[in-house]
Ligand binder design. Sequence first.
Ligand code: FUB
Length: 305
Amino acid sequence: DKNNTDNTIINDIPKITVINNNPIIDHIFTADPAALVHNETVYIYTGHDEQVYATNGFLMKDWHIFSSKNMVDWKDHGAALSLSAFAWAKADAWAGQCVERAGKFYWYVPIAHKTIGWFGIGVAVSDTPTGPFSDAIGAALITDKTPNSIELNIDPTVFVDDDGKAYLYWGGFGHCRMVKLKDNMIELDGDVADVPGLTGFTEAPWLHKRNGIYYLSFASGFPEKISYATSSSPLGPWTYKGVVNDLVKNSPTNHQSIIEFKNQSYFIYHNGGLHSGGEYRRSVCVDSLFYNSDGTMKQVKQTTK
Ligand code: FUB
C-alpha cells in the first residue's frame, strides 16, 4: 500500500516521515501532548510527569513547550506555564491544549481547583506561542460538577473553525461535553451539551478537521486505545469509526493530538517507553498518520528508537 509506506513521495509532494525516533523527548518525562502548527513550526504543549515512585499517582506541577521545524530536532522552551500562574489552582497540571486566535495564544488547562473541590478548566494567554503566559480570566472558565464524576472537567480540546467559530470539548471518566466559545475565547457562548456517539469514551478528546470532515478522537476503555468518530459539523452528531491507535507501551493512558504539517499528517501521543518510565512517568512520541481515500484513518504504526 503506497500511502502506508514511509519515505515515499505521494502525489509528487515530498514527505517528512518520522520513524525510529520515539520517544522524541528523553531528558524529562512528558505526557498529554497537544500540538499546534504556527509559522512553519510545530509546537507541542505537554504535561510534565515528576513522580518518582511507580505507585503514587500523578505528580504534575507545570507544562512544557517543545518546538521543531522538521519533526526530528526538538527545542525545549522549558516550563512555560505552571500551577502558580493560577491563583485558584490547588494541584494537578493535567492535559491542556494551546490554540491561536487573532494573534493571541490561548492555553486551556485542567487543574484541581483550590476551593470548589474538583477540577476546573482555566485559560492562560500570551502574545507568542512560547509565552510568557498569564491567567486570562483570574478564575476557571469551566467549573461544572455532575454527581459521581468529580474529575469531569479535564482534558480540554479547542478547535477554531475556518469561519472563526470556536468550540471547546472536554471530559474524563466516561463523560464528554462541549460548548461554543465567544470570539474573545474566554467566555462561553451558550449552554454546555453532552456529546453522545463516542463509543467507549474515557477521556482525552481532540477535535480536528480535514477535507471538510470533522474528527473527534478520544481515549477509550482502560487501558486506553485511541478511538475516533466523525461528523459533517463541529457540533456533531458523531459517528463512531473505530480505533486509530492501539495500546501503548508501559502506560495505561494514551493521549493524542493530530496535525498536518508540510503535507504530512502526524499522530502525537505518549507512552511509558523510556527507561524507568511507566504509568506516571510518560514520554511523548510522534508517528506518521495516514488516511484512506474515504477519509477514515489508518491505524498508527507505533515506532521506537
Ligand atoms: O496526565 C493526567 C491525565 O492522564 C490526563 O488528563 C489524561 O488524559 C491522562 O493522560
